[in-house]
Design a protein around this ligand. Sequence first.
Ligand SMILES: NC(=O)C1=CN([C@@H]2O[C@H](COP(=O)(O)OP(=O)(O)OC[C@H]3O[C@@H](n4cnc5c(N)ncnc54)[C@H](OP(=O)(O)O)[C@@H]3O)[C@@H](O)[C@H]2O)C=CC1
Ligand SMILES: CC(=O)C(=O)O
Ligand SMILES: [Mg+2]
Length: 416
Amino acid sequence: MAEDLKQAALDYHANPKPGKIAIQVTKPTANQRDLALAYSPGVAEPVRAIMANPADAYRYTAKGNLVGVISDGTAVLGLGNAGPLASKPVMEGKGVLFKRFADIDVFDIEVDAKEPEAFIDTVARIAPTFGGINLEDIAAPHCFEIERKLSERLDIPVFHDDQHGTAIIIAVGLLNALELQGKALDEARIVTVGAGAAGIAGMRLLVDLGVPRENILLLDSKGVIHSGRQDLNAYKAEFAAATDRRTLEDAIAGADVFIGLSKPDLLSPEMLRSMADRPVVFALANPDPEIRPELAHSVRGDLIMATGRSDYPNQVNNVLGFPYIFRGALDVRATTINEAMKIACVEALRGIAQEPVPAEVLAAYGLESLEFGPEYMIPKPLDPRLLERVPPAVARAAIDSGVATLPYPAHYPAQS
Ligand SMILES: NC(=O)C1=CN([C@@H]2O[C@H](COP(=O)(O)OP(=O)(O)OC[C@H]3O[C@@H](n4cnc5c(N)ncnc54)[C@H](OP(=O)(O)O)[C@@H]3O)[C@@H](O)[C@H]2O)C=CC1
Ligand SMILES: CC(=O)C(=O)O
Ligand SMILES: [Mg+2]
């Protein structure tokens, strides 16, 4: 990152007051009567109502529009185990995105828990506060157990964003990028570096969407995940390939797609040169991608390139997913976020990128024109159509798949 952007980022977070998000009071507090309603004695009435009928918590408290963004700080972006305290700017950032894009309130919670059980117990104990739990930046393999056990224990949606949010956006981007490159999803040879939360969930969703497992080579820090390895956890073992290829250099030769969910600068110019014609390169590590777009474009002119960042075209980032998935899930009070809801989100997002771009999106990005193509194959985060289209698709899928407890919202489609 350029030095001036680094300093600007620190200033942005520090001034005019520290952090990026604050709490707002939503009811009058001007006089004695207001206080008598807000607090004692008035507050006892909703307490009594909720004691008699727990569902009244959704009527009388902020629970129904409140998501817990919760991390243990073990996989903060691509910066590794930064710890819970240093994860707080990212968690506040997710809160900003939830609020800005889907009007969802967030408490960010950073938990100092070394073991999954301690983390699970902490989240389960505070869960009554929330309408949903967004787990963030929790390293594999603990993230899988944490999400599964919390989902079993709680009757509100529990969603590990780095797994499913990322997987959904990768699928959207890949479907559109392959279409532009004239390649079929079920024929493309895919090499993914990073077999953690994002890598495993991303590949699982692609398999669900029709990618043959044998078309995927997955790599971790030790190289290709192959059937001869004795050091694989159960999640990596799902993708163990019968192959002689061992390194990224071996794996990438002739591949159609590179997906990076790992660390900076792992894809060299020579490796990029060795890929098939018209490749797709998603270098998604944040903040520094597996290959810089400037470098990639200087190596070959026939690629479609995406990063996870806001300052390049084609931002493949879970910001396109989690605000709208939770909006749809909360609005029908879904008990979980299931595969049908994820796939509905993929379809809704995919279509938006293929349609004409509204003037307000052009204005937000300082562009004169933009159309579906190599430099625009996924919607821009500031596109108001995201809120209009994605929550309805998710809500409908929740209803159709039987996990909604409220009917389709009368006020849909939501407007930004
Ligand atoms: N653009 C987006 O929307 C998103 C991007 N990401 C990015 O993906 C990356 C991973 O995140 P996440 O899955 O949550 O983290 P995890 O900690 O769960 O997984 C990290 C994975 O990266 C692998 N890895 C580390 N170093 C190397 C290396 N030198 N070569 C190959 N593989 C390596 C690890 O290998 P091993 O298993 O051997 O330790 C592990 O499999 C981060 O950079 C993050 O910013 C994540 C979510 C969303
Ligand atoms: C985008 C995101 O969630 C990550 O890089 O971890
Ligand atoms: Mg994350």
